[in-house]
Design a binder for this molecule. Structure first.
Ligand SMILES: Cc1cc2nc3c(=O)[nH]c(=O)nc-3n(C[C@H](O)[C@H](O)[C@H](O)COP(=O)(O)OP(=O)(O)OC[C@H]3O[C@@H](n4cnc5c(N)ncnc54)[C@H](O)[C@@H]3O)c2cc1C
Length: 467
C-alpha cells in the first residue's frame, strides 16, 4: 500500500504536466471525498484524477501500466456493491466531467454520448426529440451512463424494455494498458467476431474504461397509465404478478412493496397508504392511448380477481407521480429506521417470488433482524433490505449469516446473487455460491488476458484477493 502511494506521488507529479493540475488531486480532503460510494464502505484513494477526454483517460492508464498502480473508474458513486471504492488504493479516475451528449441520430434511432452523462439528462434530451431511452435505475437523477453500462443497471421498466445491455450498440473503451478499442457502432445487427461489446457491459470497471457509448433508442410511447393495488396477503400480490402476465399483458413496470415498506413510507410521507396491507403493487402500462387504457382495465380486473382489497387507477400524471413517490421513497424511508441499511439484490425466476419471500421471512425470524422487501417483481428481482446497526458487532455477525442464507435460498430457487447492483466488493466472497469453480476460473482468465498487470479496479468481483 505504501509502495503504491509513493508510485502514485510520482504519477501525480507527471500527470500534472499532462492534465490541468486543478483536476489531479491528492489533498487529504479530495482523497476523503472519493473514498465512499452508496454502500457503507470506505477506502482512501492515493489520488483522484478528473478526466475530461479519452486522451486523458488513456494517459492515466498508460502511466498506471508503466509505474504499476491501480486505477478505479468512477461515475457518480451511487453504486451499491462498492465497485467505485479503491479497495487497493491507487487513483480514482472520475468520469463525470465527460458529460457531453454528442449526437441524437433520429434516422438511426441512436444517441452517442460520453460516460459521465447523468441518466435522467440523457432521457430528457432524447424525449425532447420524441425518442425514448428506457433503462431507469431509481438513482437515475444522479447516476451516470458509464456507471450504468459498467453495472448493467436495470430499473422498473426492465420487465417490458429490458436493461442497459439491451440498448448498447457501440462502445469506445480504453484498455488497462492505455490502448483504445471501438466495438460495434450504429448498426443494429453485428455478429463480427466474439461479442466483446457485451463483455464490457457489466464488467464493473475491471476490464476497461468506457469513454463513449452509442445507445439504441425507441419511439416515445405516447400514453401511460399507472395503477396501485393493495393486498391483505403478500401471496395474493405474488399471484397477481403471474396472473397479469398470464393474461397476455406486459406492463412496463410491476413493482412490489411489502408491508414494512408501505408502513415506513407512510410514516415518512403520509401519503394515505393503508399501513395494514401486506403488499402493494405499482403497475404501469404504456403504448398507444387506446391500447394502454385496455391494458390498464385488464390489469385492474386481474388484480381484483387475485384479491386486491384496494385499487387506485391514476387519472392524470400528478396522481401517477404520487403513486411513484411511494415506491421511490422506500430507500430514504427505511434508512431512517435504524442506523444501517444493507440492501441486497437477488433475482429469482418470477414464479419463485412467493417461495423467496417466504424464505426471507423465515430468515428474518431465525436471525431476529427486520428485513424489508421491495423490488421489481415482474423481473423476479427483489431487494431484501436488512435494517441494522453497523456498530453492533454481535448483530452484524447475524447480518452476515442472514445475507448468506438469503443468497443460498435465492440460488436454491434457481436465482442469482445480483440482478442489477453487481458483485463488486460486497458480494465477492459469495461468488462460488452461484458460479461453478470452472466458470469462476474462466472469468479470472478473461480478466488476466485483458488486464495482465491487474491495473483496473483490483480486488473486485473475485474473492481471495485476486486482481
Ligand atoms: C437510491 C439508489 C437507488 C438505486 N437504484 C438502482 C436501480 O433501480 N437499478 C440499478 O441497477 N441500480 C440502482 N442503484 C445502484 C447504482 O445507482 C447503479 O449501479 C448505477 O449504475 C451506478 O452508476 P454511477 O455512475 O453512480 O457509478 P459508480 O457507482 O461511480 O460506479 C459503479 C461501477 O461502474 C464502474 N464505472 C463507472 N464509470 C465507468 C466507466 N466510464 N467505465 C468503466 N467503468 C465505470 C466503477 O468502477 C464501478 O465499478 C441505486 C443506487 C442508489 C443509491
Amino acid at each position: 500500500m505504501s509502495g503504491i502511494s509513493s508510485v502514485v506521488k510520482e504519477a501525480v507529479r507527471e500527470l500534472k504536466r499532462l492534465i490541468d493540475p486543478a483536476r489531479v488531486l491528492d489533498t487529504p480532503e479530495a482523497r476523503l471525498l472519493y473514498a465512499y460510494d452508496a454502500t457503507a464502505g470506505q477506502h482512501l484513494p492515493d489520488a483522484v484524477v478528473k478526466a475530461h477526454s479519452p486522451a486523458e483517460v488513456a494517459a492515466v492508464l498508460k502511466m498506471a501500466d508503466r509505474l504499476g498502480f491501480p486505477v478505479v473508474p468512477r461515475g457518480a458513486g451511487t453504486g451499491l456493491s462498492g465497485g467505485s471504492l479503491p479497495a487497493a488504493g491507487g487513483v480514482v479516475l472520475v468520469l463525470t466531467g465527460m458529460a457531453q451528449i454528442k449526437e441524437i441520430d433520429r434516422e438511426n434511432m441512436a444517441v452517442v454520448c460520453e460516460p459521465g452523462v447523468i441518466t435522467a439528462d440523457l432521457q430528457k434530451a432524447v424525449e425532447r426529440e420524441g425518442l425514448f431511452y428506457p433503462p431507469d435505475p431509481s438513482s437515475l437523477n444522479y447516476c451516470t451512463i458509464g456507471g450504468n453500462l459498467a453495472e448493467n443497471a436495470g430499473g422498473p421498466r426492465g420487465l417490458k424494455y429490458g436493461v442497459t445491455k439491451d440498448y448498447v450498440l457501440g462502445l469506445e473503451v480504453v484498455l488497462p494498458d492505455g490502448e483504445t478499442v471501438r466495438l460495434g457502432g450504429k448498426q443494429v445487427k453485428n455478429v463480427t467476431g466474439y461479442n466483446f461489446l457485451q463483455l464490457f457491459v457489466g464488467s464493473e470497471g475491471t476490464l476497461g474504461v468506457i469513454t463513449e457509448a452509442t445507445l439504441r433508442l425507441l419511439p416515445l410511447p405516447p400514453a401511460r397509465k399507472t395503477l396501485a393495488a393493495f393486498f391483505d396477503r403478500l401471496e395474493q400480490a405474488a399471484d397477481a404478478v403471474t396472473a397479469v402476465l398470464a393474461a397476455g399483458v406486459v406492463p412496463c413496470t410491476l413493482e412490489l412493496m411489502d408491508q414494512k415498506s408501505i408502513y415506513y413510507v407512510e410514516e415518512y410521507l403520509r401519503l394515505g397508504l393503508p399501513r395494514q396491507a401486506e403488499a402493494m403493487l405499482i403497475i404501469e402500462a404504456d403504448g398507444l392511448p387506446e391500447e394502454t387504457e385496455a391494458q390498464a382495465a385488464r390489469i385492474a380486473r386481474v388484480c381484483r380477481q387475485a384479491g386486491a382489497r384496494d385499487l387506485t387507477v391514476a387519472r392524470d400524471s400528478a396522481e401517477a407521480d404520487r403513486l411513484w413517490r411511494a415506491r421511490r421513497a422506500v430507500s430514504p424511508a427505511i434508512s431512517r429506521v435504524r442506523p444501517t441499511k444493507i440492501g441486497e439484490d437477488i433475482c429469482v425466476p418470477r414464479s419463485a417470488i412467493p417461495a423467496m419471500v417466504r424464505e426471507i421471512q423465515k430468515i428474518e425470524e431465525r436471525f431476529g433482524l427486520p428485513i424489508v422487501i421491495f423490488g421489481h417483481a415482474g423481473d423476479g428481482n427483489l431487494h431484501p433490505n436488512i435494517l441494522t446497526n453497523r456498530r453492533d458487532r454481535e448483530e452484524m455477525a447475524r447480518v452476515e449469516q442472514a445475507i448468506r442464507a438469503i443468497f443460498e435460498a435465492a440460488v436454491k430457487l434457481g436465482g442469482t446473487l445480483s440482478g442489477e447492483h453487481g458483485i463488486g466488493l460486497t458480494k465477492k466472497d459469495y461468488l462460488g455460491l452461484d458460479l461453478s469453480p470452472r466458470a469462476v476460473a474462466l472469468m479470472r482468465a478473461v480478466k488476466k488476458a485483458v488486464d495482465p498487470a491487474g491495473i483496473l479496479n483490483p480486488g473486485k468481483i473475485f474473492g481471495g484477493g485476486s486482481a
